[in-house]
Design a protein around this ligand. Structure first.
Ligand code: RFL
Length: 417
């Protein structure tokens, strides 16, 4: 469905001045109490949405709990699929990514029986990832959003949303305030407040697996994404930048990151990656370590009244298949189209179908991610049930090795949504 090329007239002049009694907040720059679209959260979902809407002249306000420095330095995703690259390119948001991103189309499964290398960029639809650190993408998106005249407030924590009226209540360093949007986008991540305003219990799963996510100031050790399957637990290796590499180590759920000293990290990585049989890791200072519990949660619906959920707020997904940021960008694009259609042409069809459009894709990604979790983690022990699961994992890898059809299916799901 085409969207009118005519940008909406800016509504800045029409805005009512906030009714807050706190004049200091107004002196900082008036925070108006009527906005067309209030976006909660300046992550990939909120910023892609804000950018597309601003390019179409829609009046937007992004409220972000953390500081600009914090969001621009928060290292998370790195692997963007073709769909995300297309969306970012089409909307003029891919400058940095096309300049500094690196194409990546190979992954390796390393086990006690050897390596299985999949050139997934040449399988399936022949699509590769682009590796571009999420914090660099967020930095680009903040800059372009401000260039497009978008309003963005850091250090503003939304406390609750009324989906019926579009009222968003928040707290900032001046106290409490509220703003009303014709539409409210809940882009506040997996632990935000907006999803609580949508009725219905999300479908959840605790995958029972925890990772120590490590960032090392070191070049990548291998040419490909490497998944090492080992009786002591999974270990992963993923490129991020020329001097930054992400590693994962499966750990106990109650492990403290501080208990993982640099020496312990490199020893465990070396053992699980079986470096003795291959080549040594290129070590460097560990710049970040945090525990990530592999959990999923999918909202039963993504819309309630004026509130629409996007990104991790709609669907929290484990990082096992690198899908979260990609789903966030997908949902932001659909939502931007729906909102623009309503504002420019009074056409509600895309917006009315928002949940129906996004949920099947979210579930496909969850299904693949769950498949990856089962593939990467085999529990230790002699229990017959555990032995059964280990043998299933081997059968899965055998199938991936032997069946071109299975490889094509893997490649399509790995890169696509
Ligand atoms: P974000 O990025 O969490 O941003 C949400 C923003 O909302 C703010 N916020 C609030 N603001 C105002 N008021 C409140 N009450 C607020 N509550 C929260 C937060 O401060 C934050 O700035 O969510 P978004 O935009 O939905 O984006 C989702 C992605 O960040 C996430 O899915 C990915 O990072 C997941 N992920 C990966 N995804 C990929 O597609 N490819 C990858 O390679 C990949 N690797 C990863 C990952 C996630 C990881 N972790 C840490 C979970 C690797 C890791 C280790």
């Amino acid at each position: 469905m085409a969207v009118s090329a005519d940008p909406l007239p800016s509504r800045v002049a029409d805005r009512q001045i906030g009714t807050s009694t706190d004049t200091r907040r107004q002196e900082e720059g008036e925070l108006t109490d009527q906005v067309r679209v209030v976006i909660v959260g300046a992550g990939p979902a909120g910023l892609v949405l804000g950018n597309i809407l601003r390019a179409r002249g829609v009046d937007t306000l992004v409220l972000e709990r953390n500081s600009r420095e914090y969001v621009q330095n928060r290292a998370r995703a790195g692997f963007l699929g073709v769909h995300s690259v297309r969306v970012l390119t089409e909307h003029g948001l891919a400058g940095g990514l096309l300049r500094a991103g690196r194409s990546h189309g190979t992954c390796v499964f390393r086990t006690g029986e050897g390596e299985l290398t999949l050139y997934y960029g040449q399988l399936g639809r022949g699509e590769s990832h682009v590796v571009y650190p999420q914090q660099d993408l967020v930095t680009d998106l903040v800059a372009s959003y401000l260039d497009r005249g978008g309003e963005l407030r850091f250090g503003v924590a939304v406390t609750d949303v009324d989906p019926a009226t579009g009222t968003v209540r928040y707290r900032d360093s001046f106290g409490a305030g509220e703003v009303t949007g014709r539409f409210v986008a809940g882009c506040d991540g997996g632990h935000g407040v907006t999803r609580q305003a949508v009725p219905g219990r999300p479908a959840t799963r605790d995958h029972g697996v925890s990772w120590l996510a490590v960032l090392a100031a070191a070049p990548q050790s291998m040419a490909a994404v490497t998944y090492a399957l080992h009786d002591r637990g999974f270990a992963g290796h993923m490129a991020r930048g020329p001097q930054v590499t992400r590693y994962y180590l499966q750990v106990q759920a109650d492990d403290e990151p501080s208990a993982w000293t640099e020496e312990r990290i490199w020893t465990a990585l070396g053992e699980r990656m079986r470096v003795g049989e291959y080549w040594p890791l290129r070590t460097g200072p560990v710049t970040e370590r945090r525990i990530v519990h592999l959990r999923s949660a999918v909202a039963s619906r993504l819309q309630h009244g004026r509130l629409f959920l996007a990104g991790d707020a709609a669907s929290l997904i484990s990082p096992s298949a690198a899908k979260g940021a990609n789903l966030a960008i997908m949902a932001a694009e659909v939502l931007a189209r729906g909102i623009t259609d309503v504002l420019t042409r009074d056409d509600e069809r895309v917006l009315a179908a928002y949940s129906r459009t996004c949920l099947p894709r979210i579930w496909r990604a969850q299904e693949f991610s769950h498949w990856m979790i089962e593939l990467l983690h085999a529990p230790a022990g002699d229990d017959p049930d555990i032995g059964f699961r280990r043998s299933l994992r081997r059968a899965r890898l055998d199938s991936l090795r032997d069946s071109r059809a299975h490889q094509d299916f893997f490649a399509e799901n790995y890169v696509g949504i």
